[in-house]
Write a protein that binds this ligand. Structure first.
Ligand code: GRF
Length: 227
């Protein structure tokens, strides 16, 4: 398979290139993956400019996130989880690669993508997690933080690697736990911060401000970092 302009062959797949970050005059195209209410998707939709959402993929039909995408005129696809993680991951990758999307943004996406996705979108998959990683990875992070009795939790935006909630950390924001917090009240304050930081990180990625080396992210910017 030969490389074509704007694409490169990696691990046997033709994947889009982001070229050199910062050298681009155009916006970047992204696909957003969702499973539920899509409040982060809404925040991303509202801040489009330096990035453009070209597709929203859900593993579940009928969720509010799909409605938000449709209201914004963004194409949607439902890719149900059937069979195993490998075939699901392949179906998601094929769906995204059929568009101009260069980056996958996981916004409340409740499935784990297999290694094929990381090979085809290396350092091009972002996830948002409602805790200060590496504390409380996995599901129910807000409840786990409360149960543990931490005084500060927060939000992490990171690149996705082959381990769950583990890849290079791009940005974090602390959220103070109040003595009377329950899961709902704490998650609501966490989400307020999510809606600020996630679009800011995608904008930074589009502008070339984010570079990854090994497990570390460096920022090339004179602006204050989000968070
Ligand atoms: C967010 O809290 C996010 O951190 C987590 O799932 C939740 C999704 O919320 N991964 P929404 O669907 O964006 O409203």
């Amino acid at each position: 398979m030969a490389s074509t302009p704007g694409a490169v062959v990696r691990a046997g797949y033709t994947v889009p290139t982001l070229a050199v970050f910062g050298d681009r005059e155009t916006t970047i195209d992204i696909a957003v993956l969702v499973s539920g209410s899509g409040s982060n998707l809404q925040a991303l939709l509202d801040r489009q400019g330096s990035y453009r959402i070209v597709l929203v993929v859900s593993d579940r039909p009928g969720v509010r996130a799909l409605e938000r995408a449709e209201n914004a005129g963004v194409p949607t696809r439902v890719v149900p989880f059937e069979g195993d993680r490998e075939s699901f991951t392949h179906a998601v990758c094929e769906t995204v690669c059929a568009t101009t999307a260069e980056v996958m943004v996981l916004a409340g996406f409740m499935r784990i993508l297999g290694p094929e996705a990381i090979r085809r979108f290396p350092d091009r998959i972002l996830n948002i997690h409602p805790s200060l990683l590496p504390s409380f990875p996995g599901a129910n992070a807000v409840a786990k933080a409360l149960e543990h009795g931490v005084r500060v939790t927060g939000v992490t935006v990171h690149f996705v690697d082959e381990e769950v909630d583990h890849g290079p950390i791009i940005a974090q924001v602390p959220v103070v736990v109040r003595p009377d917090d329950d899961e709902e009240s704490l998650h609501a304050r966490i989400q307020e911060r999510e809606h600020e930081i996630f679009p800011a990180v995608v904008e930074a990625l589009a502008s070339g401000a984010i570079q990854v080396e090994g497990h570390k992210v460096t920022w090339r910017t004179n602006e204050p970092l989000p968070g």
